[in-house]
Write a protein that binds this ligand. Structure first.
Ligand SMILES: [Zn+2]
Length: 120
């Protein structure tokens, strides 16, 4: 098992994000709590959360948005450009962002690169 340095804020954020992701299906409120903690750690240390992680957090309640588990994902087409719309199952907040142009149509949710580091 890899040791996690307590002082490394980025690792802490990554760790909180992963716990948040693990508990979201069973307990979205707890997930939102960890999501909030991660955001607060980032704010306190003036750090930017990795955009892939940021995209997965609900902007209102901060729980992790996972398709069919904690969020509904819709693909919309606007002016010929694809957009991904996420609806949080916990607070019903929606967020939308453009799908990557020219890249594969795989959702970022399914992308293994979205996971920076696995912590067990
Ligand atoms: Zn939410």
């Amino acid at each position: 098992m890899k040791k996690i340095q307590g002082n490394d804020s980025l690792q802490r954020i990554n760790y909180l994000y992963q716990i948040s992701k693990k508990v979201v299906e069973k307990n979205p409120v707890l997930s939102a709590y960890y999501g909030n903690l991660a955001v607060n750690v980032a704010k306190k240390n003036v750090l930017k959360i990795h955009p892939d992680i940021k995209r997965q957090l609900c902007k209102k309640c901060r729980c992790v948005l996972i398709d069919k588990k904690s969020a509904k994902v819709k693909i919309k087409t606007k002016n010929k450009a694809k957009h991904i719309e996420l609806t949080c199952n916990t607070c019903k907040m929606t967020k939308e962002y453009p799908a990557n142009k020219g890249k594969s149509h795989r959702l970022w949710l399914e992308n293994p690169e979205a996971v920076v580091e696995i912590v067990n």
